[in-house]
Every structure is written in structure tokens, then in C-alpha cells.
Design a protein. Structure first.
Lengths: 113, 113
């Protein structure tokens, strides 16, 4: 079953603007990860945040985690056309099999040059 | 990180036939995963493949339909058997890396006529 629910499902912004995507989940987690997928290809890992962390940065990416609300957000600052992709959150559920990830439905981001 | 080669990248198959997808990793890994991504959807875990043991299938997926081999620590295959148009999807393999991160192959885009 799907654990994460991202919103929005689709997001269209101008180059240079910031993009924010949200993810909600239902069960206790060990960590939450964000992945990017270009045009139905393989997924690329972006960032991992552990359940005891609240915020993490990597380059133009900023991820927050609120375990009390079971939600996370991914912020991409100063977006570029190359950021156009689908973004998925994935949870490593503490109650599930070891290291299995449950993926959300994804947000399709379009960055207009 | 790990480099994963997945073959074929795409195929068009006739109903009732079978297709075997290969996943080769450039280093030895313990855990490999197979996912299905139906058109416009997120990833759903098919099974976890550990070397030296039977694959563990998720609810809704059975070995007769999706037999998996894992002969060594760098290679795995997934067969989609007796295909129907409903099997048209992207199939992805991934491997477990350090810190619980998964590294993905580029995927196999399967169309069944």
C-alpha cells in the first residue's frame, strides 16, 4: 500500500523560483528519502533525513521532517529547467521488512525557462 | 554508490510470452529489489532478492508470474511471465547501499500488445 502522499501532484514554476513539495505518511519511520525521476527513467537519490532530524540541506535542496505530523517537505531553491522531473518521497518504515522503501505518488515538477 | 546496468531498456512483447530483465551491479551487494511502475503511477515493490535464498514477494505478486533469480552478489533477473497488456509498465531494479539508500537501474519499459 502507498505510504507517502505527495502534494501537489503537479507543479509548474518559472526558472529561478522556488519549488516546494510536501509528503505525508502514515506509520512510524526510520528515515524518509527523496528521489528524482527524469522522464520515466531510473530514480536518483537526492537526500535522506532520519527520524530524529528535523531539517537537512544539500546544495539547493532543503528537506524538513515533522514526525508529529508525519509529514516532510522538499524545497528546491532557484529552480532550473534541468530540475524538471518527478519527485518521490520514500519511507523506510520501522515496522516493515528491513530497508524496504514505500514510495509516495510523486510530484511532477515542470520548470519553465 | 553503485552503478547498475539494466537490460533491456525497453521491449514490445506479444500477449502470452515472457520477458526476462537483467540487472547487473558493479559491486557485490546483499539486497536487491524489483519494482513495478505502472503508467503515471508510483513505484510498487514486487520482491526483495537476497543471494542464496528465495525471493520474498509482496502482497499481490507471486513467483509463478514474476520468477526471480539471484545467482550471485552482483546479478539478478526478473521474468514477467505469460504477459498481458496489464503488465505494461516500467520495471526497475535497485540495490541497497550504505545508510539505507537505494540505487536504481535505468528501468525497463515494457509494452505488451
Amino acid at each position: 500500500s502507498q505510504q507517502g502522499e505527495e502534494d501537489p501532484q503537479a507543479l509548474s514554476i518559472q526558472e529561478g523560483e522556488n519549488a516546494t513539495m510536501n509528503c505525508s505518511y502514515k506509520t512510524s519511520i526510520n528515515n524518509l528519502q527523496w528521489y528524482r525521476q527524469n522522464s520515466g527513467r531510473g530514480l536518483v537519490h537526492l537526500i535522506l533525513i532520519r527520524s530524529n532530524e528535523r531539517e537537512k540541506h544539500s546544495g539547493r535542496l532543503r528537506v524538513t521532517l515533522d514526525t508529529s505530523k508525519k509529514s516532510s517537505s522538499l524545497l528546491i531553491t532557484a529552480s532550473r529547467a534541468a530540475d524538471t522531473a518527478s519527485y518521490f518521497c520514500a519511507t523506510d518504515d520501522s515496522g516493515a521488512g528491513s530497508y524496504q522503501l514505500t514510495f509516495g505518488k510523486g510530484t511532477k515538477l515542470s520548470v519553465i525557462p | 554508490s553503485a552503478v547498475i546496468s539494466q537490460k533491456p531498456s525497453r521491449d514490445i512483447c506479444q500477449r502470452g510470452t515472457s520477458l526476462t530483465i537483467q540487472c547487473q551491479v558493479d559491486s557485490q551487494v546483499t539486497m536487491m529489489f524489483w519494482y513495478r511502475q505502472q503508467p503515471g503511477q508510483s513505484l510498487t515493490l514486487i520482491a526483495t532478492a537476497n543471494q542464496g535464498s528465495e525471493a520474498t514477494y509482496e502482497s499481490g505478486f507471486v513467483i509463478d508470474k514474476f520468477p526471480i533469480s539471484r545467482p550471485n552478489l552482483t546479478f539478478s533477473t526478473l521474468t514477467v511471465s505469460n504477459m498481458s497488456p496489464e503488465d505494461s509498465s516500467i520495471y526497475l531494479c535497485s540495490v541497497l547501499g550504505g545508510g539505507g539508500i537505494q540505487y536504481f537501474g535505468a528501468g525497463t519499459r515494457l509494452s505488451v500488445l
